[in-house]
Design a protein around this ligand. Structure first.
Ligand code: NDP
Ligand code: MG
Length: 392
């Protein structure tokens, strides 16, 4: 029995994870579940999966959850320390890191430091902490498996000996595919008018609101470039983004001998989740087999950086190094929330991120404190710029 903690159980990835787990009660047991504010949803999950522990955001939410779970033997707690505790507990083997944004950093890092098998969906945590996170994985002998569909595809397309000896693998390039999101063909001069509802309507994937907006700006792909850099030790010039609107090929690796290996499948996150849960075995995920005859053509094109300036900003942050990716990520989180709250327009997202990057110096990512300080400073700066845009 693999004992599982799901950080962010009530989200899109959390729900897909529970869907896969429910198909294999003989293999997996849920140790702990977390949510932030959606207490009713978490209570329903607790009734079905009977975890030993549940963690929410606030004392008030915890009191409500205790009320809803009266009579069930679930230990309810709240706050970041409790999240770190369920991520590092001796009672759990595997941690699905599926909190959205920087809020996931501390518990995901705690899981790595406790040597757990970490299934990483929370890309922002890795973008922020980069080398520090990878060092923690190595030092504490954690197992890190990517859930992000592209990185999971790349992982599947690399040889098993890649981690031990990357130079011998002959990798020429990592080809990160991107759908291009809902605005791939929309006139660029009308992008200022898009609503949160339009931005969240992804053509191929059903996801949480923040990552949906990131997909529409392609900041998501930018964060994924940084994620790929850390997961696979690839320098920026060996990571290429290719727009592939059908989202059937989830990413590829090209080799020096001219071979290109790809992973294909229907766009459903239960495939990478099942892959990582069972790795190195395979289990059923509930995803239908891919019917290639349904696809008349698979298309590919280079991204247009004028349409998607956030992608260029992310490459800039990766090349700058140090705490620059943490700054990029924090500015983007503030800008995306302001857009979702209708305080700024869609095109203001890249303006806010660019201004925060231009106006704030970055330093060495010498420790988690330096990363968190950069995150806080970028949030302040982005908040001020958002207020200025609202007043304009
Ligand atoms: P959702 O918004 O659907 O879910 C987010 C989860 O995190 C919820 O359980 C939410 O709780 C919890 N949460 C939100 N804020 C906090 C906080 N401050 N502290 C603790 N917990 C919090 O997001 P997704 O499932 O779409 O995405 C999760 C992560 O996975 C993101 O990093 C995303 O980039 C990544 N990812 C997602 C993919 C997808 O298909 N959805 C694909 C690839 C990566 P509550 O419900 O109570 O608000
Ligand atoms: Mg992805």
């Amino acid at each position: 029995m693999q004992r599982i903690t799901i950080l962010g159980a009530t989200g899109s990835i959390g729900a897909s994870t529970l869907d896969v787990l429910a198909r294999h009660p003989d293999k997996y047991r849920v140790h702990a579940l977390s949510a932030h504010a959606r207490v009713e949803e978490l209570a329903a999950q607790c009734r079905q999966f009977r975890p030993q522990r549940a963690v929410v955001g606030t004392a008030e939410a915890a009191a409500r959850l205790r009320g809803l779970l009266a009579g069930l033997p679930v230990d309810v707690d709240h706050g970041e320390a409790a999240l770190c505790d369920i991520a590092s507990s001796a009672e759990t083997d595997t941690v699905m890191a599926a909190i959205v944004g920087a809020a996931g950093l501390a518990p995901t890092l705690a899981a790595a430091r406790a040597g757990k098998k970490v299934l990483l969906a929370n890309k922002e945590a890795l973008v922020m902490s980069g080398q520090l996170f990878m060092d923690a994985v190595r030092e504490h002998k954690a197992t890190l498996l990517p859930i992000d569909s592209e990185h999971n595809a790349i992982f599947q397309s690399l040889p098993a000996h890649y981690a031990r000896d990357p130079d011998a693998a002959g990798v020429a390039k990592i080809l990160l595919t991107a759908s291009g999101g809902p605005f791939l063909h929309r006139a660029v001069d009308t992008l200022g008018d898009v609503t949160p509802e339009e931005a969240c309507k992804h053509p191929n994937w059903s996801m949480g609101r923040k990552i949906s907006v990131d997909s529409a700006t392609m900041m998501n792909k930018g964060l994924e470039v940084i994620e790929a850099h850390w997961l696979f030790g690839a320098p920026p010039e060996r990571i290429e983004v290719l727009i592939h609107p059908q989202s059937v090929i989830h990413s590829m690796v090209s080799y020096t001998d001219g071979s290109v290996l790809a992973q294909l499948g229907n766009p459903d996150m239960r495939t990478p989740i099942a892959h990582a849960l069972a790795y190195p075995q395979r289990i059923a995920s509930g995803v239908a087999q891919l019917d290639l005859t349904q696809w008349a053509a698979l298309q590919f094109q280079h991204p247009d950086f004028d349409r998607f300036p956030c992608l260029a900003l992310a490459f800039d942050a990766l090349r700058a190094g140090g705490t620059a990716p943490a700054l990029l990520n924090a500015a983007n989180e503030v800008a995306v929330q302001a857009f979702l709250d209708r305080r700024i327009g869609f095109r203001d997202i890249d303006r806010v991120v660019r201004r925060v990057m231009d106006e704030n110096p970055c330093g060495a990512a010498s420790g988690i404190d330096a990363v968190l300080a950069q995150d806080a400073c970028a949030r302040d700066a982005a908040g001020r710029i958002v207020s200025g845009l609202q007043g304009a």
